[in-house]
Write a protein that binds this ligand. Structure first.
Ligand code: FAD
Ligand code: PYC
Length: 417
């Protein structure tokens, strides 16, 4: 049954920065599924879609405690890039970027992927050295990235202030031209509609409250706010809440959860041509197709599960934005909000089967998992269907923290942690 209608529009209760959402009627959960995905963000919905499309599974449920796309998928600043340092990460994020390049066609849904270029600003000698190292490492891996002088950065992004008097002068920038943005809610809805068409049940207002394991330890059911559901395969894709869900199966995760905030301005005519990011002063900015400036702030300094953060953080971000782009000083801000991100010690994700038979996990994307959405979804589906990782996600285990084989991407994470 087709439960989706692009014509039935309701107001998104969050008032997220991209506005209106199609309505979704959730089916009643069945007593048993071949696979259950916990979390209807882009990663979970996408995993269900690829399980159905590429692995021939049909009896799949995606369980969501709130509404689909209402987690970080609907709260992020939509920056997409693959300019990470290490070989493992370059393979992972570029796998996702290649899927982005065909996603609107794949889903027959316009996800408004726009390769307008992502420019990372360098403000110190240390930044220059780190970003140049990224440029060289990326190019050696076949990932596009180039070094710009301050003047070239201004030419690429005319609103950028590179004159004297800046607290943090612009010394140059790394530019990934294939990077850009997409419409975040469209990604959730595109995957949801495509998964639904393949028979996947997407069940909102259905919180997973316990994971039942059989005598041999393998998973056998989830308890939910809408009753128990039997299943032999559970994929947890519950960003921000992963530790809580995994603890239900008796697993302790190497994760911390933090609020991360963003805000949008009033809409204005097109004036900002690219994505500009400054890790050093915690500010990143682009302009959505609706005309709003989309601005991301730093992470809170304290762990928390609340979906809002400390107020001084966006205030500091706006100071930085006005310094870098003085023409925005008179803009008014419309809304700000937060999401909960879960962060690993090496700032790389975990995408793996676990020591509990039938339990798989996709988490730890921290401040940077939107860009990974199609790739993470594709690889999670593979891992669940085959009960083994794809070669691309094989390094992203939980055990790497025990064994010390970490993939330290702290310098490539946009937001300082
Ligand atoms: P989510 O979309 O969060 O989905 C997880 C779902 O699990 C949620 O809907 C939640 O309600 C559900 N859930 C949790 N517990 C349960 C339970 N017990 N039972 C049922 N359901 C449950 N990344 C980028 O790449 N680029 C960016 O520019 C960027 N900017 C960001 C800005 C902000 C302000 C934030 C908060 C994040 C940003 N990120 C960015 C990170 C990115 O948003 C996330 O990594 C990504 O969206 C995670 O997607 P997901 O599908 O895994 O999670
Ligand atoms: O990962 O590029 C990113 C990002 C930008 C803002 C938050 N995350």
């Amino acid at each position: 049954m087709q439960r989706f209608s692009a014509l039935s529009l309701i107001r998104h209760s969050l008032g997220g920065h991209l506005g209106w959402q199609p309505q979704w009627r959730s089916p009643e959960p069945k007593a048993e599924y071949d696979a259950v995905i916990v979390g209807a963000g882009g990663h979970g919905l996408g995993a269900a879609y690829y399980l159905a499309k590429e692995h021939g599974m049909r009896n799949i449920a995606v369980l969501e405690k709130g509404w689909l796309g209402g987690g970080n998928t609907g709260r992020n600043t939509t920056i997409i890039r693959s300019n990470y340092l290490y070989d493992e990460s370059a393979a992972l994020y570029d796998h996702a970027l290649k899927l982005w390049e065909n996603l609107s066609r794949e889903l027959n849904y316009n996800v408004m992927f726009s390769q307008r270029g992502v420019m990372m600003l360098a403000h110190t000698v240390h930044d220059v050295q780190i970003f140049k190292r990224h440029v060289h490492a990326n190019r050696a891996n076949g990932v596009d990235n180039e070094w710009l002088t301050a003047e070239q950065a201004k030419e690429f992004c005319p609103p950028l202030h590179i004159g004297p008097g800046l607290r943090y002068p612009v010394l140059g920038a790394a530019l990934q031209r294939r990077g850009g943005t997409a419409r975040h809610d469209a990604v959730a809805w595109g995957y949801a509609r495509a998964a639904d068409a393949l028979g996947v049940d997407i069940i909102q207002n259905c919180e997973v409250t316990a994971i039942r394991r059989g005598t041999a330890g393998a998973v056998e059911a989830v308890e939910t706010s809408r009753g128990a559901i039997r299943t032999r395969k559970i994929g947890v894709s519950a960003a921000g809440n992963t530790s809580v869900v995994m603890a239900m199966a008796g697993l302790r995760m190497p994760l911390e959860s933090y609020p991360l905030q963003a805000l949008v301005s009033e809409p204005v005519k097109p004036m900002f041509p690219c994505v500009a990011m400054s890790n050093t002063i915690h500010a990143y900015i682009s302009q959505s197709d609706k005309g709003e400036l989309v601005i991301g702030a730093g992470m809170d300094a304290y762990v928390s599960y609340s979906q809002h953060g400390a107020l001084h953080i966006p205030a500091q971000t706006l100071e930085a934005i006005c310094e870098l782009f003085p023409m925005f000083r008179r803009m008014r801000m419309l809304r700000n909000w937060g999401g909960i991100v879960d962060v690993t010690p090496d700032r790389s994700p975990i995408l793996a089967k676990t020591e509990v038979a039938g339990l798989y996990v996709n988490c730890g994307w921290g401040t940077g998992g939107f860009k990974a959405t199609p790739g993470a979804a594709h690889l999670l589906a593979w891992t669940i269907a085959k009960d083994e990782p794809h070669p691309i996600n094989a390094p992203f285990t939980i055990e790497r923290f025990r064994d010390g084989v970490v993939i330290d991407e702290a310098a490539a994470a946009a937001v300082s942690h």
